[in-house]
Design a protein around this ligand. Structure first.
Ligand code: SF4
Length: 211
């Protein structure tokens, strides 16, 4: 196992989010470079972006901070998209914490409000779940959720669940659904918790067996 520079002490999940993203991207790059796989995910394919995306509060904060730093036009566009999505979600009674049936959520046909002309408008800070979603099947099956036809690749590490466990240990156990979490507005700041060992948190991040 490689060694990663990590803070000696970790006080919030936000501190380890860049590492979680980096590891997920490395897994994805290795898979995409492996001739044993023929990954069909490509830049600009948003076929999977109407699914219920699981996120931690730190991931939502990172997206909100990123959007806040964009230029006025981009920010206005994303904020309008989130507002429109919020109205649709509200009409269905969907909140960030009550999506129990992700297939029923998909069937509502609500695209991620961060999807713009088929591309992710927050790509540098997109959630770990989006980074880990890789398929070898035709993207049409992702878009139509013909689940029996979707062939997903299991990355080396299950960083989605690893990062959720890190977040839980750092005082934020909630797993939210991305679109309604954005619709509900600014996330609170991370809670004050006793600092944890950085090395222990990295082990936890990387050691979650894939479910
Ligand atoms: S955050 Fe980006 S990659 Fe993830 S579902 Fe939304 S648009 Fe798609």
């Amino acid at each position: 196992m490689e060694r990663y520079d990590a803070p000696l002490r970790v006080e919030s999940a936000d501190q380890l989010l860049p590492l979680a993203r980096e590891l997920a991207d490395r897994d994805a790059a290795q898979i995409q470079a492996d001739p044993a796989y023929a990954v069909t995910c490509t830049a600009g394919c948003g076929a999977c972006c109407s699914q219920a995306v699981p996120v931690t509060r730190a991931e939502v904060r990172a997206i909100q901070d990123y959007v806040g730093g964009l230029g006025q036009d981009e920010r206005d566009h994303i904020e309008a998209s989130i507002e429109a999505t919020a109205a649709t979600l509200a009409s269905h009674g969907i909140t960030a914490t009550n999506v129990d049936d992700e297939r029923a959520y998909f069937d509502l046909g609500i695209p991620c409000p961060l999807l713009h002309e088929g591309s992710c408008s927050v790509r540098p800070v997109r959630p770990v779940a989006c980074r880990e979603y890789l398929v070898t099947s035709d993207p049409i099956h992702c878009a139509t959720r013909e689940d029996a036809q979707i062939v997903r690749i299991s990355a080396t590490n299950d960083l989605v669940h690893g990062y959720q466990r890190v977040s839980e240990r750092l005082g934020e156990p909630d797993v939210l659904t991305l679109a309604p979490a954005l619709a509900q507005g600014q996330q609170p700041a991370p809670p004050a918790v006793p600092a944890k060992s950085g090395a222990a948190m990295i082990r936890l991040l990387r050691s979650t067996p894939r479910r």
